[in-house]
Design a protein around this ligand. Structure first.
Ligand code: ADP
Length: 244
C-alpha cells in the first residue's frame, strides 16, 4: 500500500480532476485484444487502467453430470477468479463469497444475450482470470467475456458492455479506480446491452440519494456505450484482419 493510500487524508479530487488526472466523466484507458489463447474456442484480453483480465470460452459442449443439463438450452457457467498476485496483499487462492457472487451475476448477464436454445443439454464455460486488479474487475471481466464469446462464434443477440460509476467526495464520477473505490462513498457497477440499452446487471455498494443515483446510472450507461463502441471496433478489426 502506498503512503498516500495509507493516510485517511487522501484527497481524491483536486482542481476538478481526479488522482490520475481524469475528468469526472472519463474512462480509464482501455485496450482490447481477441484470440489470445490457442485452446479455447474463443478468448480475449482486456487492459483497463490498472486491470488486466483474460477471458476464455469453452463450448458449447455436452454438460456432465447429465442431471444438470437443460433440454431447452445451453447452461452458461461463468468462473471469475482473481490470481493470488493480482492485488497488493497476496489473495488466498480459490473461490470465495465474492468470486461466487460475481460469477453468478455475470453468468446471468451473459445468459440474457446468448441464444441458448440453439444448444440444448450443453454448457458454455466462460473463465475470467483477473491477472491484475485495480477496481472495476467485475465490469472488466464481463466486457472481456462478451468479446471472448463473440470470438468463439457463439450466437448472441447483442454484446454486453459493463462499467461502473460512483461517488467520491460528493461528486458523481465514471469508472472508479482502486483508491476511489476504497475511499469513495459509493460504487455502482452496471452492464448494458448496447443495442436495446437494456440493463442486465446493477449493483450498488454505498449510499446515494435518488438524484445522485439517477445521475450515476446515466453516467455509467454513457460509459457502457463507449465501451460497446470499442468492443465493436475490436470485433470488426478482427473480421477484417481475417479476410486479408
Ligand atoms: P470490483 O473489482 O468489481 O470493483 P470490488 O469492489 O469487490 O470488485 O473490489 C474492488 C477492488 O478491491 C478489486 O478490484 C481489487 O483491486 C481489490 N480487492 C478485491 N478483493 C480483494 C482481496 N481479496 N484482496 C485484496 N484486494 C482485493
Amino acid at each position: 500500500m502506498s503512503e498516500a493510500e495509507n493516510t485517511k487524508e487522501l484527497k481524491l479530487l483536486k482542481d476538478g480532476k481526479r488522482l490520475d488526472g481524469r475528468d469526472y466523466d472519463q474512462l480509464r484507458e482501455i485496450q482490447m485484444q481477441l484470440g489470445v489463447l490457442k485452446r479455447p474456442q474463443g478468448s480475449a484480453y482486456l487492459k483497463w487502467g490498472g486491470n488486466k483480465v483474460i477471458a476464455a470460452v469453452y463450448g458449447p459442449r455436452e454438460l456432465h453430470p447429465k442431471f444438470l443439463q437443460d433440454p431447452t438450452g445451453a447452461v452458461i457457467r461463468y468462473t471469475y477468479n482473481m490470481a493470488p498476485f493480482s492485488v497488493d496483499d497476496r489473495k488466498r487462492p480459490g473461490p470465495d463469497r465474492r468470486s461466487v457472487e460475481i460469477s453468478k451475476i455475470s453468468a446471468e448477464a451473459l445468459a440474457s444475450v446468448v441464444q441458448v436454445t440453439e444448444y440444448p443439454n450443453t454448457v458454455i464455460d466462460v473463465f475470467v482470470e483477473v491477472l491484475q486488479a485495480d477496481a472495476g474487475t467485475r465490469c472488466a471481466g464481463l466486457t472481456c467475456a462478451s468479446l471472448a464469446l463473440a470470438d468463439a462464434g457463439v450466437p448472441m443477440k447483442d454484446l454486453v458492455a459493463s462499467c461502473a460509476a460512483g461517488k467520491i467526495e460528493g461528486e458523481i464520477v465514471l469508472d472508479l479506480m482502486k483508491e476511489e473505490d476504497n475511499y469513495g462513498e459509493c460504487d455502482l457497477p452496471i452492464a448494458v446491452l448496447p443495442n436495446s440499452e437494456e440493463i442486465v446487471l446493477l449493483q450498488m455498494d454505498g449510499h446515494l440519494t435518488r438524484e445522485e443515483f439517477t445521475k450515476a446510472l446515466d453516467l455509467a450507461k454513457v460509459g457502457c456505450m463507449q465501451i460497446a463502441k470499442m468492443q465493436k471496433k475490436t470485433l470488426l478489426e478482427a473480421v477484417k484482419g481475417g479476410e486479408e
